[in-house]
Design a protein around this ligand. Structure first.
Ligand code: NAP
Length: 303
């Protein structure tokens, strides 16, 4: 027996979705699946060339696809603002924003605004992007925000005294912090939407362990070797399977706002997407509020 698959996704004709990091891995697969369901897909990519190459692949797989590449570098808030301004000018509606792009376990690097790269790209860039696109998500009612997290959020801790890892930096701790931040952002966004009776809903999801470009760009040289030669081949599921939770969170009307969706088998590594319980820390109201306030202050963006 199978679980929820692409075939269960309803037709998306006339609906508009933005997918960040749509040129690779999970982002590419969810963009392709949405295009196959007749959605209009905006592929928000930091490299125009990689974005166009991915768009061409989607066009080949889905001949009638409606997909456009627009430039977005989440490591630069000016690029986030320029993307949002261009999108708002061109698109009269936004039904789903899939905050998917991510980096993992990098040596300490900084974004243009001097944020630690993993916290900056995975969380703050998406926080700022969501804030800028918020009016359009509200416009037609029923807009969704999907934040792609990871099961490693369970080991994460938000270090308010050293968010940018200036005093002590551990590349995996910075990654788990950023993935916990994705779910705390989801939690607070949904609470805010409910409290203010806004017709927008927020969902968290995780892809399990999916073989993508991520592992070949992460960790130490030895970790990369093990990931790409051993664990990706033996343990990982396909990027297509890994994209199903994002697709389900974006379009399944049976979900409850705020749900967290991902594969539950093999300790959350594989399988069809189900509604799961995130960690207690990911639903901590106080921490979620503090993170929201810190994110507003750092990005200078409000909702
Ligand atoms: N694969 C897994 O097993 C796994 C498990 C748990 C969670 N995740 C999460 O899934 C999401 C997608 O990852 P993936 O596995 O599909 O990895 P991937 O194949 O490496 O794709 C990552 C995407 O993010 C983009 N990106 C990176 N930095 C960016 C920036 N500054 N601005 C805009 N885009 C940027 C990349 O663009 P470029 O190609 O230009 O670098 C790429 O399109 C991430 O949030 C990751 O944390 C993945």
């Amino acid at each position: 027996m199978t679980g929820w698959t692409e075939a269960d996704a309803p037709d998306q004709d006339g609906r508009v979705f933005v997918v960040t990091g749509a040129n690779s891995g999970i982002g590419y697969e969810v963009a392709r699946m949405l295009a196959a369901k007749k959605a209009q897909v905006v592929m928000a990519c930091r490299s125009e060339a990689r974005g166009q190459a991915a768009r061409a692949r989607i066009q080949e797989a889905v001949p009638n696809a409606s997909a456009e590449v627009m430039a977005l570098d989440l490591a630069d808030l000016e690029s986030v603002r320029a993307f949002a301004a261009a999108f708002l000018e061109r698109y009269p509606r936004l039904d789903g924003l899939i905050n998917n792009a991510g980096v993992m376990a990098l040596p300490r690097q900084l974004t243009v605004q001097s944020f630690e790269m993993q916290f900056g790209v995975n969380h703050l860039g998406h926080f700022a992007l969501t804030a800028r696109l918020w009016p359009r998500l509200l416009d037609d009612g029923g807009g969704r925000v999907v934040n792609v997290s990871s099961e490693v959020h369970r080991g994460g801790k938000i270090r308010f005294d050293d968010l940018m890892g200036e005093r002590r930096y551990d590349r995996w701790a910075a990654y788990t912090q950023s993935k916990l931040a994705n779910l705390l952002f989801t939690h607070q966004l949904q609470r805010m939407a409910t409290a203010t009776q806004r017709p927008v809903s927020a969902y968290g999801c995780h892809p399990g362990y999916a073989a993508t470009e991520l592992q070949g760009r992460s960790g130490s040289a030895i970790e990369r070797l093990v990931f790409t030669n051993i664990t990706n081949r033996l343990l990982a599921q396909s990027a297509t399977m890994g994209a199903l939770p994002s697709l389900r969170a974006a379009v399944d009307t049976t979900l409850t706002p705020g749900d967290y969706v991902g594969p539950a088998a093999f300790f959350g590594a594989r399988g069809y997407p189900k509604v799961m319980e995130p960690s207690r820390a990911a639903r901590d109201d106080d921490v979620a509020q503090r993170l929201w306030a810190a994110s507003e202050e750092l990005t200078k963006e409000t909702f």
